[in-house]
Ligand binder design. Sequence first.
Ligand code: ZN
Length: 153
Amino acid sequence: MLIGQNSVVSIDYELTNDAGELLDASPKSQPLTYLHGASNIIAGLENELTGKAVGSQFKVTVPPEQGYGTHQPQLVQTVPRDAFPDPDDIQAGMRFTAQSDNGTLSVVVTGVTDDSVTVDANHPLAGQVLHFSVNVAAVRDATQEEIAHGHVH
Ligand code: ZN
């Protein structure tokens, strides 16, 4: 059976960046399972999986446009330090959740001065070229309920 629209697909994967550093991987014998064709995974990886079968192993390089998007400068903002609940205890690398007009944003602190904090709401992998190494572990048809919900049960 080949992977197509409404296949439920399980993959083992490793994700590395351009420098060859490991960013993410599926745990051993615990493949990632997703509904194919429902944009549950990034486009560049989903497209490459179309037509593959169980046992297929491949590598794919995904540009930011097909991955987590380009890095958008307007998502980097400088805000007053006292806008934070604990203003004396803010360091670069800390993560916060912020409310915005578009819902909840996850931001990371990228800079701190005496009275201001720079936060970046881009996805941590935005702007990065992603290198996936993939093994297709299982493929089955989705149930009607899974198709209706747009995700795997
Ligand atoms: Zn559901």
